[in-house]
Design a protein around this ligand. Structure first.
Ligand code: FE
Length: 347
């Protein structure tokens, strides 16, 4: 994955100022993006070809993008913000970094559970792809029936087996925020305590490290976002193939509330100078062709209902039941969740 650093763009902006009159002929859309995938290039090219609007993309991580937006304030050149995870989108929403978007296309195409509340005045965002938080386990040591719900990960049978990244990571904050809707705050705190009691090791690393931990035998059960597993399933590297061979995957809670899903999404920046073009770009992301590019770039599922992914790893994983907790509610619960994590000692 290639990252373009944040700083060199400042000189690009200075250059733009010098040639302002020439550039004024061609509209430019400034996108601050926390997504860094090769296939996104085709996505941007297609948009420029169809609309004549040039795209200037500035890559960063979520913290870098948000602090840049805040320090730039009303002078920010950002028109569109692309982010991953509901917890982060929610943060941008409450910090007032986005603006309301009136779009019949987005209302019709993006399911209501995958976008922020439409109150016509707040700071709004839309999900454009989905990922599931799944359970991976060691086929030789673990019974599938012992890990087929998130709740069971806290059961005594899984003592000393569980590996996960930090509880405070947005992916876990979002999962735990969803569980708060299913189990209530008290039930969720008890469940989190159970997870801590079942750890094979202190939380560390990213999701891929947890999958590798299961393959190496250090862990027997792990929690991961689906695309990390799909990426390994599609990898040509023998060491990745060996890992995939050793593990099995389960979409939790198929018999009741469904598996937790999260999103990658976008918003119109609060101080966008090219507001109409920004909305046009978000509407373009909801089109059939862009949906496939956007989702496939990171082995995710399209957000638009009725579209089927052609991604071979996702086809192999098959269909599953997703939970219906609104992503916006999940974001909202994260402060409460962090307090529970502190109380139960979940690092
Ligand atoms: Fe990720």
């Amino acid at each position: 994955m290639q990252r373009r650093p944040l700083l060199p763009t400042l000189s690009a902006l200075a250059l733009a100022a010098c040639f302002g009159s020439a550039l004024a002929q061609q509209p430019v859309l400034n996108i601050y993006s926390a997504r860094h995938y090769q296939t996104d290039e085709a996505l941007y090219d297609d948009f420029s070809k169809a609309t004549g609007i040039k795209i200037n993309r500035i890559d960063g991580d979520d913290n870098g993008i948000y602090s840049r937006l805040k320090s730039e304030g009303a002078a920010s050149p950002a028109d569109v913000v692309l982010m991953v995870d509901a917890a982060r989108l929610w943060r941008g929403e409450i910090e007032g970094l986005f603006q309301p978007v009136k779009s019949a296309v987005l209302q019709a195409r993006i399911p209501a559970t995958l976008r922020s509340k439409d109150d016509g005045q707040g700071s709004q965002w839309f999900g454009f792809s989905t990922r599931a938080r799944v359970v991976v386990y060691d086929k030789t040591r673990v019974q599938r029936a012992d890990v087929d719900t998130y709740e069971k990960l806290a059961a005594p049978v899984n003592k000393g087996r569980l590996c996960t990244r930090s509880g405070s990571h947005p992916y876990n904050l979002s999962l735990f925020g969803a569980m708060t809707e299913h189990l209530g705050p008290q039930g969720t705190e008890t469940w989190l305590k159970g997870l801590v009691d079942n750890m094979a090791r202190a939380p560390k690393g990213g999701d891929t490290d947890q999958i590798k931990g299961v393959a190496s035998g250090e862990c027997a059960v792990a929690i991961t976002n689906s695309y990390y597993l799909a990426r390994m399933m599609r990898s040509g590297k023998p060491e990745d193939r060996a890992v995939v061979e050793k593990v099995a995957v389960v979409f939790p809670n198929q018999a009741d509330h469904g598996t937790h899903v999260n999103i990658a999404g976008g918003a119109v920046a609060r101080h966008a100078k090219n507001r109409d073009a920004a909305v046009k770009f978000l509407e373009y992301l909801a089109s059939d062709s862009a949906q496939n590019y956007f989702a496939n770039g990171n082995n995710e599922w399209p957000a638009v209902a009725g579209l089927r992914s052609q991604n071979p790893a996702l086809l192999a994983l098959g269909d599953f039941k997703t939970e219906t907790v609104p992503i916006s509610v999940i974001g909202m619960n994260q402060v409460k969740v962090q307090q529970m994590l502190d109380r139960v000692g979940f690092k």
